[in-house]
Write a protein that binds this ligand. Structure first.
Ligand SMILES: Nc1ncnc2c1ncn2[C@@H]1O[C@H](COP(=O)(O)OP(=O)(O)O)[C@@H](O)[C@H]1O
Ligand SMILES: [Mg+2]
Length: 292
C-alpha cells in the first residue's frame, strides 16, 4: 500500500463530513486501488512479447535504422517540441477512411516515443468495432476494453507492457457492437482520466472519420489529433466531409503515408551520408517501407 493510499485514508478519517473524499461517488474502491498502486502498478502488469511479421510494417521495431524509422523520429521530435509548449498528452490518430495507415502510424509512433525518451507511453485501441492493434503486435488473444466493460475488474487489469520498452498497451479485446455505449459511458471517461495521470503520452489508434461518428468521441478526449493521409488512397470528398464537425483547433497536422520523398534518390543519398558521418554504415536504400 503506497503512502498516497494511506494519506487518503487518513484524510478521510480525519475530515469527517468536510472532505471531498466523503463523497461516496469519489471514494470508490476503484479509485483507492488505482491511486494506491500509482507508483508500482505499471511495473506489475504482465509483459508481452510482440510477434512482428514484415508485412506489419513495424519499422521502428524491425528496421530501426531505416528511413521509415527516421521519419517517426522526426514526428516524435515535433510532438515533443509541441508538448514543451502546450498541454499535449492524448493524441488521437485518425484518417478519412479505413486502410490509410492509422494503426501502422499509431503503433510506430508509440514505439518511437517509448524507445527514444524516458517517457511512459500508453498505446490504446480506439477502434472498438474493428480492433486491429493487437493483431499488429501479433497478440490477437489479449483481453481488452470490451471485456473490461462487460465485467467489474479495473481497467488497469487489461493493460500489458510491451517487452523491453517503456510502452504499455490497452487492446480492444473482442469487437464491440456497442462501441458508442462504451465510449459515451462515464465509467470509460473516468477510467481514461485516471490512466492519463499515469502516462506521459497516450496514443489512440482511432477509427476513421467515415462512415461512423465514433472518432468524434475520441476527439473530445484528445489533446491533439493527427490525420493520416495515404497517397492514392484518401478520397478527398470523404476527407472533407469527415473533417466537418471535428474540432479543428485540436488538429496538430497530417502524416503523409506511402509517399516517396521529395527528391527521391537525393534524399536517400543525403540520409546515407548523414548516417555514415555519424558512424552508422547501414545502407538505407533497401528500406522496404515507403515512409509515412
Ligand atoms: N507506407 C506503407 N507502405 C505499404 N503498406 C502500408 C503502408 N502503411 C500501411 N500499409 C499497409 O496497409 C494496410 C492498412 O494499414 P493500417 O495501418 O491497418 O490502416 P488503417 O488502420 O488506417 O485501417 C496494412 O496492411 C498495412 O501494413
Ligand atoms: Mg486500423
Amino acid at each position: 500500500m503506497s503512502y498516497i493510499y494511506r494519506a487518503l485514508q487518513q484524510a478521510e478519517l480525519e475530515n469527517a463530513g468536510t472532505s471531498a473524499l466523503q463523497d461516496p461517488a469519489q471514494a470508490t474502491p476503484d479509485l483507492f486501488q488505482l491511486v494506491g498502486d500509482e507508483n508500482d502498478w505499471l511495473e506489475q502488469v504482465p509483459t508481452v512479447k510482440p510477434v512482428i511479421r514484415a508485412e506489419n510494417r513495424m519499422v521502428t521495431l524491425n528496421d530501426s535504422e531505416s528511413l521509415g524509422d527516421e521519419k517517426f523520429r522526426v514526428l516524435r521530435a515535433r510532438l515533443l517540441h509541441l508538448q514543451d509548449r502546450a498541454e499535449l498528452k492524448k493524441i488521437v490518430i485518425t484518417s478519412a477512411v479505413p486502410g490509410e495507415g492509422k494503426t501502422t502510424v499509431a503503433s510506430n509512433l508509440a514505439i518511437s516515443l517509448a524507445r527514444h525518451t524516458a517517457q511512459k507511453v500508453l498505446l490504446l485501441e480506439g477502434d472498438l468495432r474493428q480492433p486491429q492493434l493487437a493483431n499488429k503486435f501479433g497478440l490477437p488473444d489479449l483481453r481488452g476494453i470490451s471485456e473490461w466493460f462487460e465485467g467489474k475488474e479495473l481497467l488497469t487489469q487489461f493493460i500489458y507492457r510491451i517487452e523491453s520498452l517503456q510502452l504499455w498497451f490497452l487492446p480492444g479485446g473482442n469487437p464491440a457492437d456497442d462501441a458508442l455505449k462504451i465510449l459515451q459511458s462515464k465509467r470509460f471517461a473516468d477510467g481514461l482520466n485516471r490512466l492519463t495521470g499515469c502516462f506521459d503520452w497516450i496514443v489512440v489508434d482511432a477509427p476513421p472519420l467515415m462512415p461512423l461518428a465514433d472518432v468524434h468521441l475520441w476527439a473530445e478526449h484528445a489533446d491533439g489529433i493527427l490525420l493520416v493521409i495515404r497517397n492514392g488512397k484518401t478520397p478527398k470528398k470523404s476527407l472533407l466531409k469527415g473533417l466537418e464537425g471535428l474540432n479543428s483547433a485540436k488538429l496538430l497536422g497530417t502524416v503523409l503515408n506511402d509517399v516517396l520523398p521529395v527528391g527521391g534518390d537525393d534524399y536517400g543519398k543525403y540520409y546515407r551520408a548523414h548516417n555514415r558521418k555519424n558512424g552508422n554504415s547501414k545502407d538505407q536504400s533497401d528500406s522496404t517501407m515507403t515512409q509515412p
